[in-house]
Design a protein around this ligand. Structure first.
Ligand SMILES: Cc1ncc(COP(=O)(O)O)c(C=O)c1O
Length: 430
């Protein structure tokens, strides 16, 4: 019998007979595995972690293709955390933060203050607002859609149809699927906005409508026209309506800009909003905010859980305590004016980037309220260096890429990016 490796037919099971063949098999296995074990033995765990941290920190500033603020600026928080020895305590925010908890090892008091800070920024009165610090934007969307379905079912005893633009984030489609909802994906124009006349055609007034508004689509940063959507709903009068705003990225900075009305419930009458924490606000891990009304909360029919003191409205049981603490700390450290400055800076820099791209003949698109700049896709090498996200739209000439201008994207990096584009792609066409 030939050697399993030499014969070109490596196998993970030893041959059935022949002592010599078996010995050969195990010898060759050792030959393959030994160097791997040696590499691991050579690097101490602490060294490996250090190497990993160095690599991540090197990638950090050049990462401009995803909506994450890499200026996390959490050193003081972590210093306090270590000094206070809070890491010795395992906390859990399980339950409704606004209800007294039996399991009091939590940060509910900070969580409530975070929600009280944001509720008026999104046009919720203190009295009507209910919310919590989520695990992500998707977690917020999941709660918005689940609560929306519950409310609409409560009002009509009929499962709603979910309407959302086809360029909205995939989490909407995923959550609709999870809830076995019929979803109607509404066509978008080439700038990524829901075509409202298509929504009008798709809307079935005999069924309740769960409308998810894209407050900044993932790739183009498009915002659906809430006034036009409202008009359709007013005219066609579906039996019941619930509006959820997916404001994962834009919900972070818009309240601090001249475009704040776009995420104001008093102006646009939405019922719930989901925002990611790690996008605009700059955290070192995913988190978010979800806010809705007490009226909606009442309809969620929370299951009574005696060991947790009654009702748990959230889908997940255990919830992270540190998120709320970090969020609270960030609000105190940055303040309203700090967020306003950051929001102004990213929009000014987004405009600068668009101008620079156009100046070198790279067709670029960006809206005044948006920190997302998209353009013809550059070379693979440039995509890799700047960790750029790809997309494709024939209406805009085919392959595209985008930069999301976050706080860590300085003029210096933009200029370097433009220089690289000029060198790496000499004759771009608009
Ligand atoms: C528009 C939109 N909604 C939802 C999400 C999901 O947010 P998260 O990553 O916080 O779950 C994203 C993520 O990029 C997004 O762009």
């Amino acid at each position: 019998m030939s050697h399993p490796m030499i014969s070109g037919q490596p196998t993970s099971t030893p041959p059935k007979n022949g002592t010599f063949a078996k010995a050969c098999f195990f010898l060759s296995l050792a030959f393959v595995l030994l160097p791997l074990l040696q590499t691991n033995a050579e690097e101490k765990p602490a060294d490996r972690l250090d190497r990993f941290a160095r690599e991540m920190r090197q990638l950090r500033t050049g990462a401009i293709g995803y909506p994450v603020n890499q200026n996390t600026d959490l050193a003081e928080f972590y210093e306090w955390y270590v000094d206070s020895k809070l890491y010795e305590v395992s906390m859990n925010n399980v339950g409704d933060p606004q209800q007294p908890a039996i399991m009091t090892l939590n940060t509910h008091e900070f969580e409530n203050e975070v929600i009280r800070f944001f509720a008026p920024l999104y046009g919720f009165s203190e009295k009507e607002a209910w919310g919590f610090v989520t695990h992500s934007g998707t977690d917020g969307n999941m709660h918005g859609m689940y609560f929306g379905v519950k409310q609409l079912l409560g009002e009509t005893k009929t499962l709603p149809i979910c309407y959302v633009s086809e360029e909205a984030h995939y989490s909407i489609k995923r959550v609709a699927d999870l809830q076995n909802l019929e979803i109607r994906l509404i066509k978008t124009d080439k700038r990524g906005r829901m075509i409202v006349s298509e929504f009008e055609k798709a809307l079935d007034p005999s069924k309740p409508a769960l409308v998810v508004v894209a407050m900044g689509t993932t790739f183009k940063g498009a915002i659906d026209d809430q006034n036009a959507i409202d008009k359709v709903l007013r005219d066609k009068k579906p039996v019941a309506i619930f509006r959820h705003l997916d404001a994962a990225l834009f919900g972070g900075y818009l309240p601090f800009t001249d475009y704040k009305d776009l995420v104001n419930r008093r102006v646009h009458h939405f019922d719930s909003i989901a925002v990611s924490g790690h996008k605009f606000f700059g955290f070192d891990e995913p988190m978010g905010i979800f806010i809705t009304t007490r009226k909606t909360l009442k309809n969620t029919n929370p299951f009574k859980v005696p060991y947790l003191n009654g009702a748990v409205p959230t889908i997940t049981c255990s919830r992270n305590s540190l998120f709320a603490l970090k969020f609270w700390w960030k609000i105190k450290k940055t303040g309203l004016e700090g967020f306003q400055k950051q929001a102004r800076d990213i929009l000014v820099n987004a405009q600068y980037l668009e101008d620079q791209l156009n100046a070198i003949g790279y067709g670029a698109w960006q809206d005044d309220y948006s920190n997302t700049v998209y353009f013809r896709r550059p070379s693979k090498a440039i995509m890799k260096k700047y960790i750029l996200a790809p997309d494709h739209d024939d209406r805009l000439g085919g392959d595209l890429a985008h930069v999301i201008v976050m706080q860590h994207l300085t003029r210096g990096i933009i200029d370097e990016f433009i220089r690289d584009l000029k060198a790496g792609n000499p004759s771009p066409k608009k």
